[in-house]
Ligand binder design. Structure first.
Ligand code: NAD
Length: 480
């Protein structure tokens, strides 16, 4: 524990509280390994206390009009905008994220909040009418009540916004549990927003997945749990939620293919991979981690790609604004990524560049390109969640689409071609929740859904679809 590390508390019922049993956990900076903060390590008792605070707040919040909910979200957006630089600095230090990336996330997160502020006033249902002779039917779209959000470490504040935005827009009260590695930006955000959040409408409790996350999933008073996290965590949550039959929304892992047809421009594609594969050290569920290249463009693409990836400026984000890639989140994650590379090499894969660690402190992995991998290889089939891109060769369009779809994930994919027919065919056949044409990763927007097919989960973040997840639809029939 460094002498300058900050001591933080949880936000429950509008008050700052320690863990019920007084436990704490250290939060490190992944670029240095140094502890930068200490936060409460919650238990089931903290879940219970947060639920009770939410129950006290619920009746009054249920009376809030859409306009009032919208105004809360607009106020939160203003808090985010007014403190964007401080929050970006915290995010950079806690995640090991380059400042250019964390600064980019703040206006987007504020825009998400403004979108949800608009959405709060636009919840819709079928028009009232006499669908049964002698009765008038109408639809009420109602809040679920108390909902929980469990977030990952790769975009800590943005993922929290993607949960709290639709939850509050739809009229719920919420309990958020950030990832144990990265609770700092969310705790600071609610501290800055404390005066605008009605008491008990939003709780933040820190701690491990088990017992705090699992405690939220099991609690009978919570009506929905939304997770952004690993596929295995999603399965555990779906199983646990079955006992109380609460609604589950799962945004899980990905293994996004970038399908490069022979007519694409190799230089433009190499730049797109440089960004899509290595942004946030590849710790992005939509990272372009599998490049599938046509036989005629394969060699030319690698000639462009290797120097492009080697030109990435890697370092501690605190070393300068021009750092483009930081460490991975933890020693465990570093070991996990290196384990994938080790197994790939044993299976005769070629590491064209990268492949090792960097420096003598922090949890860095060099930007890495791997070739000569089989479709059924571990490194092709499973999410690495690090700065590692595999490049495979395909023979024809059908082969490309089959290889792209041949993973258990289905979050995002992209296609690079100048041929509009090829692009549309691919967009139709790719089994992924997002398909980008001639770009990858950054084209996301508040109005459009983000979510998976297959084992990447179900339900959507952002867009009106996410707000619908957080509400119940009721049919009322009046006998005339
Ligand atoms: P993780 O699943 O280990 O943890 C995510 C959250 O779940 C954490 O808050 C953790 O404490 C909690 N948790 C862990 N076990 C739990 C349990 N049994 N019950 C309840 N909660 C539990 O994931 P991570 O390592 O923090 O994040 C990386 C993963 O998230 C990657 O697989 C990545 O692809 C995925 N991800 C997905 C999206 C998306 O939108 N689909 C976005 C970002 C990250």
């Amino acid at each position: 524990m460094s002498a300058t590390a900050t001591e933080l508390k949880n936000f429950v019922g509008g008050e700052w509280v320690d863990a019920v049993d007084g436990g704490t956990m250290d939060v490190p900076n992944p670029a240095t390994g140094e502890t930068i903060a200490r936060v409460p390590r919650g238990t089931a008792a903290d879940v219970q206390r947060a639920v009770e605070a939410a129950q006290r707040a619920l009746p009054e919040w249920l009376d809030a009009t859409p306009k009032e909910r919208s105004e809360l979200l607009l106020a939160l957006a203003r808090v985010l905008d007014d403190n964007a630089e401080e929050l970006a600095q915290i995010e950079s230090q806690n995640v090991g994220k380059p400042l250019m990336a964390s600064r980019d996330e703040m206006p987007f997160s504020a825009d998400n909040l403004r979108f949800f502020a608009g959405a709060a006033r636009n919840l819709e249902g079928k028009s009232a009418g006499e669908y049964i002779r002698g009765y008038t039917s109408f639809v009420r779209r109602e809040p679920i009540g108390i909902v929980a959000g469990i977030t990952p470490w790769n975009y800590p504040l943005m993922m929290a916004v993607w949960k709290l935005g639709p939850a509050l827009a739809a009229g719920n009260v919420q309990i958020l549990k950030p990832a144990e590695q990265t609770p700092l930006s969310l705790l600071r955000f609610v501290e800055l927003a404390k005066d605008v959040i009605p008491k008990g409408v939003l709780q933040v409790i820190t701690g491990d997945g088990v017992p705090v996350g699992s405690g939220l999933v099991e609690h009978p008073a919570i009506g929905l749990v939304s997770l952004t996290g690993d596929v295995e965590t999603g399965k555990a949550i779906a199983r646990n939620a079955a006992d109380t039959l609460k609604r589950v929304h799962l945004e899980l892992g990905g293994k996004a293919p970038m399908v490069i047809f022979d007519d694409a421009d190799p230089e433009q594609v190499a730049q797109a991979i440089r960004l899509a594969g290595y942004w946030n050290s590849g710790q992005d569920c939509t990272a372009g981690s599998r490049v599938l290249a046509g036989a005629k463009i394969y060699d030319r693409l690698l000639e462009e790609l290797v120097p492009a990836v080697e030109s990435l400026k890697v370092g501690d984000p605190a070393d300068g604004e021009d750092v483009e890639m930081g460490p991975v989140i933890s020693q465990a994650q570093q070991e996990r990524v290196l384990g994938f590379l080790d197994r790939a090499q044993k299976a005769k894969a070629t590491i064209l560049t990268g492949g090792g660690t960097r420096g003598d402190r922090g949890w860095f992995v060099q930007p890495t390109i791997v070739t000569d991998v089989a479709q059924d290889a571990d490194i092709v089939q499973n999410e690495v969640f690090g700065p590692v891109v595999t490049v495979q060769r395909f023979d024809d369009d059908a082969d490309a689409i089959a290889m792209a779809n041949d993973v258990r994930y289905g979050l995002a994919a992209s296609v690079f071609t100048r041929d509009i027919v090829r692009a549309h065919n691919a967009a139709r056949r790719l089994q992924f929740g997002t398909v980008w044409i001639n770009d990858h990763l950054l084209p996301i927007t508040s109005e459009m859904p983000h979510g998976g097919y297959k084992q990447s989960g179900y339900g959507k973040d952002m867009s009106m679809y996410s707000v619908e997840e957080y509400s119940n639809v009721k049919h009322v029939a009046v006998k005339l």
